[in-house]
Every structure is written in C-alpha cells, then in structure tokens.
Design a binder for this molecule. Structure first.
Ligand code: PMP
Length: 351
C-alpha cells in the first residue's frame, strides 16, 4: 500500500535527535546531559503552571477559537499588533505556506537553517529554493534578494538555527524594501539576543514574524507558537488555519507565562554567560550565537562520530548533517543546566 503515499513523504521527514539518546542509554547513562534540542532546562513560570492547571477543569469545552486570552496577553506584553497563534511555530509555518503556495511554487529559504521550512513547503506541493549564507554565516543579501524575485514567500531565521547568526534589523528592512512577496522571519530565539524586529511591522505589510513559547518561556511541551502578522493578512490566515489549533490549557499557560516576564530574565542572563564560555573554552571553533545554542565545527572529525563519542560519555548533542546545505562536520550544542554545560566542555576537551 506504500505506493499510495505522496512522494514528498516517501523520504525521511524531520530528524529527531533520538539516536544519541539511545547510545547514551546503552552506555548506562540514565541521566545524560541533554543538549540536543535547544530546550530550556528551567521550568516555566509558576503563573503559567497555575493557569494551565485551572484550565484543565474546562477541557470538556472546545477552546476559544480566537485564542483571546492568549492574544490579549500578547498585546499586553508586546503592544498593539495583530497576532496569529498555532500549535508551535511549526503550526504557524504550515498555515502560512498553506495560504500562499500552489503546486510547483518556489519558496526561498536562506540556508543552512531549520529543516522544517523545506519539509512543510514540499508537503504543500511547493519547491524550496535554497540561498546559501556567506562563509561567516551572514545572509548574502544580493543573492537572497535576487532569488526572491517573482516568489511569493521567503524564509529567514534570526537568530539562525543552527548557526546562531543574528541578521541586523536594517538588513531585514532592506530585504523587505526590495522584494514583492512575503518574508517569514523566524524569530524563535529572539529573546536571547538584543535585536528587535517588531518596529518593522509598522513599516512593512509583507513581513510575518514567527515566535514561540517553547524556548525562553519554557513551554515546549505545550506547543505554543504565534506570529506578528500584517492586518490585511490576518483574515486569510484564519481562513486557512485548522480550527481550534491552540488548546485551552496551552492558551492559559501561554497567557500566564507572558504575565510574568521577569521569570525569563535570569534564564537569558545564564544563556548569555554560557554561550560566551562555550566560545572561549571549547577546543573547536564555535560560531558567535544570539540563541540558546552554539554551532561547533568539529573538523576534521565528522559530526556523526563526535555525537556518538559524546553520547557514549553521557552528553547528547545534535549532529547538523540533516540541516540543508551544511557540511558533515558541525554539531549544535544547546545551553543546558550548569552541570550539563560543564560536562560538555569537559568531555569535548577529552575527545
Ligand atoms: N523555528 C526554529 C528556528 C526552531 O528551532 C524551532 C524549534 N526547534 C521552531 C521554529 C519550532 O518551534 P515550536 O516549538 O514553537 O514549534
């Protein structure tokens, strides 16, 4: 029956970092350092947990289809913008592609980057068109802008997963000035750096900024993503979206987390301290990062070998071979708890 499945799903989909965890387990590490998924090792705000528990009592009802509790909290936190919400930013990415892309449409993707853009574009019948970053991982502006000619949609991630590179807001503005289509700016890790793209929403009607509650706000398990969207686009997004995407517990928890912004301050301070230490103390070259992770060049070794060796020593990191347009010799390491970060530095120095 497999022939019935669409071609885009015949190949491998999103790659999870499960193999390293299996190796660590096989070597007897019950509690390995988990540095593969850019998760936040700290728990969420108690206010998020309190509201999530309260919301559990109402789950016999469908959630509010307009996500009002969450979007009101977003307005209180960010100011007066238009928001769309979904099941993680992944859900936002899928819905945005659904609103724009017909069979065969090319979608520009600045690479190497998060692999799900390409997967979601193909699932919709579109064709990802990669534009490689420069050797220092900054965006090749001229080539990117040229590639956007005649395209409806382009993806740019900043801070970029997995390189950590932050694209200056002025460069994003220059792209928005030059292109006719929509730029999806994935700002999943924006809380960990000083750049602020929000003011661009007031100047451009072709910008969508994707955000997530999975990272700085520690709610990855509840799958809460949202986006700043232009006013003209909002009704189309709502038409294309799966009904009731964001469940009532997630809506309540997301609103609770946003009501306690001070909770993330020490989390961000800790990330900044540790990514600097990773740059300074790791024996391999580490790219400067604006995220809660760093990209490490382990050449001449391969990423797969280093990931396996570290896993055997109880440290789980991510091989970047599944990221489009990245070589075989990069690993991505998330900032975890103090002991996890120490353990990584210790073990990578011993390889
Ligand atoms: N964008 C980037 C760059 C990511 O790294 C991730 C998560 N790994 C996402 C989007 C998806 O985030 P969410 O958990 O909100 O689906």
């Amino acid at each position: 029956m497999q022939h019935l499945i669409r071609e885009c799903f015949q190949k491998e989909g999103y790659v999870f970092a499960t193999r390293a965890a299996e190796i660590a387990r096989a070597h007897g590490h019950d509690r390995p350092a988990r540095l593969a998924s850019n998760e936040n090792p700290e728990g969420p705000s108690p206010e998020a947990v309190r509201r999530a528990i309260a919301a559990l009592g109402t789950v016999n009802r469908y959630p509010d289809e307009k996500n009002r509790e969450f979007t009101d909290a977003l307005r209180a936190y960010h100011g007066d913008y238009r928001f769309a919400a979904s099941v993680g930013m992944d859900g936002i990415i899928e819905t945005v592609i659904r609103t724009l892309i017909n069979d065969g449409d090319e979608v520009v993707v600045s690479t190497p980057t998060y692999s799900f853009y390409g997967i979601a574009v193909r699932a919709q019948g579109g064709v990802p068109a990669s534009v490689a970053r420069k050797a220092d991982w900054s965006v090749d502006m001229d080539t990117f802008i040229r590639a956007c000619e005649g395209k409806k949609l382009a993806f740019l991630c900043s801070p970029n997963n997995p390189t950590g590179t932050v694209t200056p807001a002025a460069d994003v503005a220059a792209i928005l000035e030059a292109i006719d289509g929509i730029l999806f700016l994935d700002a999943a890790y924006i809380d960990f750096c000083d750049e602020d793209y929000r003011p661009l929403m007031h100047r451009y009607d072709n910008l969508i900024i994707g955000r997530t509650m999975s990272k700085a706000f520690s709610l990855a398990g509840l799958r809460i993503g949202y986006a700043f969207v232009p006013a003209w686009y909002e009704p189309y997004y709502m038409t294309a979206a799966t009904p009731f995407t964001l469940n009532s517990v997630s809506q309540a928890a997301g609103a609770g987390a946003l009501a306690d912004p001070a909770h993330i301050d020490p989390i961000i301070r800790n990330v900044v301290i540790w990514r600097t230490r990773f740059v300074d103390e790791c024996p391999y070259p580490v790219a400067p990062s604006g995220g809660n992770f760093v990209l490490v060049d382990v050449a001449p070794a391969t990423a797969e070998t280093v990931v396996e060796q570290l896993a055997a020593r109880g440290v789980i990191v991510r091989s970047c071979t599944s990221f489009p347009d990245l070589g075989e010799h990069y690993i991505r390491v998330s900032i975890g708890e103090e002991w996890e970060n120490e353990r990584f530095l210790q073990e990578i120095s011993r390889l």
